[in-house]
Design a protein around this ligand. Structure first.
Ligand code: HH2
Length: 289
């Protein structure tokens, strides 16, 4: 179960990434062999290591959402994720999240022990996820994404990206509320890298405080190792974007992020401590916020 402290304001919840895919942009293929077999034991060990590093939640995914990624069938996504979730539920106490846009995959994940649903499409891909989350008492992470991952990077356009993302996330939140998900179980995410240019990503990180204030809900940010950081700071392979990731995540926390979705939890834990202390010092200087 999600305890009171996770995804609540005044601390930073660390969501560790566990991708069970052959093709995720940063860690694809770590647990999937040539024949497509998932090495569940290795995945569980990696999950336990993330928890030792400080992960508050583990986010398990069976389909890459990187731009241009191939679609995965429902059966394949369940085959990749459900057995690992079931084993993780026995091996750790932290809440388990399923990163999916698909109803059947989410159902199988809940049956296997997940209590968080991370929908990068913010209920646009399948609005029925809202009723499912309500029925199962799950925490729902609502991401911002226009269109589909396969085509999202084809000329994204916004006039005022912060205002438009806030409004569109607000529509996702309304859908969740109407289906009966209480505010205490809703987290919003501006969808860094999801149908956004470099400038859009920067504007969203710089404008996080506005998004958080307008929606009044905890905000999760997922910049970890994404390509805009490589464009800004160099580093060829995604794994070389570690320092750039820490810089972006520090700023995100300073601007108000309540949760970070990260590959390197140990680094994020230290970054978040410093950035949160600075944010609280700023708030104290402003007479509290
Ligand atoms: N980013 C990715 C996947 N899921 N979920 C949320 N809520 N926010 C994000 O920013 C986010 C996400 C993409 O990163 P990754 O899982 O590392 O890669 P891939 O989609 O290639 O598996």
């Amino acid at each position: 179960m999600i305890d009171e402290r996770r995804f609540r304001k005044g601390r930073v919840t660390l969501v560790g990434i566990l991708n069970l895919t052959p093709d995720s942009f940063s860690d694809g293929g770590r647990f999937v062999g040539a024949a497509g077999r998932v090495d569940a034991a290795a995945a569980v060990e990696a999950g336990r290591a993330l928890v030792r590093d400080g992960a508050d939640v583990l986010d398990v995914g069976g389909e890459s959402t990187r731009p241009g990624a191939a679609e995965v069938s429902v059966a394949e996504e369940i085959r990749r994720t459900a057995p690992v979730l079931e084993a993780l539920a026995k091996a750790t106490d932290v809440p388990l999240s399923i990163d999916t846009r698909k109803l059947r995959v989410a159902e199988a994940a809940f049956d296997a022990g997940a209590t968080v649903l991370n929908d990068v499409s913010g209920l646009r891909h399948d609005p029925r996820l809202a009723a499912l989350a309500a029925e199962r008492g799950a925490t729902l992470i609502l991401g911002h994404l226009r269109g589909e991952p396969a085509t999202m990077q084809r000329a994204p356009r916004f006039d005022d990206v912060v205002a438009e993302v806030t409004a569109e996330l607000g529509a996702s939140v309304s859908r969740a509320r109407e289906a009966g998900v209480p505010d205490a179980r809703i987290v919003v995410d501006p969808g860094i890298g999801f149908g956004k240019t470099l400038e859009h990503n920067l504007a969203l990180l710089a404008g996080l405080g506005r998004i958080r204030a307008a929606l009044g809900l905890p905000v999760l940010v997922g910049s970890s190792r994404k390509s805009f950081l490589g464009r800004l700071a160099g580093g060829g392979a995604p794994a070389d974007r570690g320092i750039a990731t820490q810089a972006a995540d520090a700023i995100a926390v300073f601007q108000g992020a309540d949760a970070l979705r990260v590959h390197d939890v140990a680094a994020a834990a230290r970054t978040a401590k410093v950035a949160l202390a600075l944010r609280q010092a700023r708030e104290a200087g402003e007479g509290g916020a």
